[in-house]
Design a protein around this ligand. Structure first.
Ligand SMILES: *Cc1c(COP(=O)(O)O)cnc(C)c1O
Length: 369
């Protein structure tokens, strides 16, 4: 046999994907670095999670429980859910990918929003489908714009609530309106990675919407408020048919044993999460106020990060601020790829890091803080 091409060729569309670029972590030549580029918690995980992780290290020769029962049961108990409707993933990123793998194929469309999390686009394209990007309003997801983009080809809608990198949220009344108007076969994915931080009466992560409908799923993560990003733990609350479909294609041992043990211990320690949220929300307010006082515009955030907009003036743009802050050891996230060429995203850090950024930006803006 003879073939025209002499090397393996990826499916059409794969090489059109721009690989995900994680937040920077180094500031060359700076001794002390504060990484505020990946929305990691400054408080680390619960000590109980660390203890469980160490204990799990004593049995690394054993395969993990492929159903992650200990973790699913702990999540179910804390949130008042049926464990049969919970599926865990190697980070919620894995679950986002599995949803695309299962519900999308060539010719299908997945709706994402203007400033949406880049993983959605990557996974839609990875499944051979077409991402359809809709506009946002004031850096906030616009339900009407999503509905206007629905076609016969639409199979999935991705919405982060709160959203990253904007930190804005959509009230539950709007999410209900979206669900009610979507065709019943379209999967509505509510990515609630930052739900723990939100203290607003009109916000819901999506539990009730999932319980009441067959086409809504909610994804969550242990990477943010729980401080376990290194272990890669996500979970999904979904209708039984969705859990069943994803269970058929996922890796049989997609969560490792130390992750299952540490995750279960972490979710049981809700007192720790309360303290983490308290620290975050205190500093979210203080940082917003301080940065606005410096003349910077900040998008109102309910998450653990802030989107800071810089003046359209040479020497004062986001790029300049990024270089200045990095030279001082403060690493923020450039968000050009998210449609914000002149903004930086800052994760809420320790008190020391937060005060340091305020002081450095005061100097950068020419006004002492
Ligand atoms: C951080 C983040 C996640 C979490 O991803 P993991 O794979 O669970 O670490 C998911 N969605 C959004 C929007 C995020 O910002």
């Amino acid at each position: 046999m003879s073939f025209v091409v002499n090397e393996p060729v990826p499916r059409p569309g794969i090489l059109d994907i721009a690989a995900y670029v994680p937040g920077k972590e180094h500031a060359p030549g700076v001794a002390r670095v504060f990484k505020l580029s990946s929305n990691e918690t400054p408080l680390g995980p619960s000590p109980k999670a660390i203890e469980a992780f160490k204990h799990a290290a004593e049995h690394l020769e054993l395969y993990p429980d492929g159903q992650a029962n200990e973790l699913r049961n702990a999540i179910a108990a804390v949130h008042g859910l049926n464990p049969a409707n919970i599926l865990c993933g190697n980070g919620s990123d894995e679950l986002l990918g599995l949803l695309c793998h299962v519900y999308l194929g060539p010719g299908d469309e997945g709706i994402i929003t203007e400033h949406g999390f880049l993983v959605y686009k990557i996974q839609i394209m990875g499944a051979g489908a077409t991402p359809v990007v809709v506009k946002e309003k004031d850096a906030t997801v616009d339900v009407d714009a999503i509905l206007a983009a629905v076609t016969e080809k639409t199979k999935i809608v991705f919405l982060a609530n709160p959203a990253n990198p904007t930190g804005t949220y959509v009230p539950v009344s709007e999410i209900r309106r979206l669900q009610a108007a979507l065709p019943r076969h379209v999967v509505l994915v509510l990515d609630a990675a930052y739900a723990e931080y939100v203290r607003r009466n009109d916000y819901e992560a999506g539990l009730e919407l999932v319980s009441a409908n067959r086409n809504v799923v909610m994804t969550r993560t242990f990477s943010k408020a729980y401080g376990l990003a290194a272990l890669r733990i996500g979970w999904m609350y979904a209708p039984a048919a969705v859990v069943d479909a994803l269970n058929r294609v996922r890796g049989p041992f997609n969560l490792n044993a130390p992750a299952i043990a540490a995750g279960a211990a972490a979710v049981r320690d809700q007192g720790f999460i309360e303290k983490a949220v308290e620290h975050n929300n205190l500093w979210l307010d203080k940082l917003t106020h301080a940065l606005e006082t410096l003349g910077l515009r900040v998008t109102p955030s309910v998450a653990n990060f802030l989107l800071i907009h810089f003046p359209e003036v040479d020497g004062k743009r986001a790029e300049d601020a990024d270089a200045f802050l990095t030279s001082r050891g403060y690493i923020l996230r450039a968000v050009k790829g998210y449609g914000f060429p002149n903004a930086l995203r800052m994760t809420v850090g320790t008190e020391e890091a937060n005060r340091g950024v305020i002081e450095a930006l005061g100097e950068f803006m020419g006004r002492p803080a």
